[in-house]
Design a binder for this molecule. Structure first.
Ligand SMILES: [Zn+2]
Length: 115
């Protein structure tokens, strides 16, 4: 479990570092505003930072943060849809996965039928 936590924290750090460089480059003033309200919950701060990310990176950051929360509340590694344990190799490849392979495939099939 610690291995996955470490991986997730690395993912998160990478994403946040990316956002920080984006924010610094684009809008210096708003970074000062964020710093002034340092008492605001850190997840709000992270969400603010996430505005500088692309859509994909924002979703990824959200997934990583949620996975870290699941580690904390002990539901990490379980499929959100069917409750089965997600296979180890899948978690190693995608530490923030919340669906097992079967449910993921089903979800993607459903999407395709909807479109
Ligand atoms: Zn499942």
């Amino acid at each position: 479990m610690e291995v996955f936590r470490k991986k997730l924290l690395e993912h998160k750090q990478n994403l946040l570092t990316k956002v920080e460089s984006v924010s610094k480059a684009s809008k210096d003033e708003s970074m000062d505003e964020v710093r002034d309200s340092a008492d605001i919950a850190s997840d709000y701060y992270e969400r603010e930072l996430a505005m500088g990310l692309s859509e994909t990176e924002r979703i990824r950051l959200q997934e990583v943060v949620e996975a870290l929360e699941r580690i904390d509340d002990g539901t990490y590694g379980k499929c959100e849809a069917c409750g089965q344990l997600i296979a180890g190799p899948r978690l190693e490849a995608l530490p923030f996965a919340k669906l097992c392979v079967e449910c993921k495939a089903r979800q993607e099939n459903d999407k395709r039928t909807l479109v």
